[in-house]
Design a protein around this ligand. Sequence first.
Ligand code: FAD
Length: 432
Amino acid sequence: PISIFWFRRDLRLNDNAGFYHALKSSNAVLPFFIFDKNILEKLEDANDARLTFIHNALVDIDRQLQKYKSSLLAVYDKPLDAWVKLLKQYKIKAVYTNQDYEPYAKERDEAVKNLLTDHHIEFKTFKDQVIFDTNEVVKDDGKPYTVYTPYKNKWYQKLKPFYLKSYQTEKYLVNLLKFKAPAIPALKEIGFEKSDLQLPDINYQRVIDNYSNTRNYPAVKGTSHVGVHLRFGTVSIRQCAADANKAPDKTWLNELIWREFYSMILYHFPHTANHAFRPEYDRIEWINDEVQFDAWCKGETGFPLVDAGMRELNATGFMHNRVRMITASFLSKDLLIDWRWGERYFARKLLDYEMASNVGGWQWAAGSGTDAAPYFRIFNPDSQLKRFDPKMEYVKKWVPEYADFSKYPKPIIDHKFARERCLKDFKKALNR
Ligand code: FAD
């Protein structure tokens, strides 16, 4: 019998926890990937660049496996159906995979585990995408933290070199099953087109030391762009955290801890995917004007920094963090459009889309989340522009027509009016 390693959002051979354990415990490991029909059928854009990213990563993995006369078996199917078929094809001893914490993933894995258990096959999961998961960093009474700073302090207390050590898969790659899988399904076969989106270099080594000075300026290449790699696992979190931990300035590491904090929050409070973390915020009466929403999506609000951010997102699948905060605050507080509309739009467009961080970021901006900005703190898009893009370099890049009054749209709302309206609306909901 063989063992299977099921790749999901851990698309690399090196320093991969579940893959390491599979290779160590078996001398016939078959690498497996499912293009999940349940997920892909819901994606709206045929040129969704994330599919190209995943496809490229799989082709790369397959190429590396071939050096060991092995290959990657990749299928397009619903996960449970794919497993039923695989069970008919192979005699399987155990299935190894890495833990996935999103609500859909938890359900999927439960169903697959039940199927495998019925066939007396072990389903083994390992922590791989975070340094500390669900219940590892908790309050002294065992309850999950709901505020970042004490969570972060405990995270640092728990950190030992062991947690940052990489899993040396290299020496066990001889234990791969030697076989030739059918070609990986082409993007076309699974309903997508190749995207020609260029990814920026991952330059986190370069940004770590200067990060606290440069991170807030969207015109500067001051952040790492490692998000998409952490999302799909083409870079190891242990590697990132180990490098970050060597730096005297821990600001960048603190951001990686925000990622783990939000992952832990979504795990323990799955309702936050769709509902306010603070329930009273579900009472807010949103205006949800579709014309204004459309203007926001297109980057035609007449607020240059908001528009630059949305256009960067639409063109590249990335938006700078400072601008994510500003566009999110503008949508939820100035336009009084439900943060869930914005969350969904970001989910559709962001290459580094991560449900936990996206929901966390949106709820922060709307005031309804764990560490949220209080509802009465409302970003002024013009003063944010003066502070964070003083030479208008970022704006000029993404909104080249901004200086031409005949071409650039007039503001779709008066900020002062919007601010007062927001305060009134939020107060009414929260004091009820
Ligand atoms: P860097 O600044 O170089 O940071 C390194 C890594 O740390 C990031 O890649 C990310 O994994 C993590 N990180 C940094 N800031 C945060 C944060 N505030 N919360 C959680 N993790 C963080 N991040 C996502 O990964 N996916 C999302 O879908 C997402 N949606 C967001 C939505 C809103 C409204 C806001 C305000 C923030 C969102 N963020 C999200 C957090 C943050 O904006 C991005 O992680 C960051 O901009 C990615 O760029 P980078 O890789 O260059 O990050």
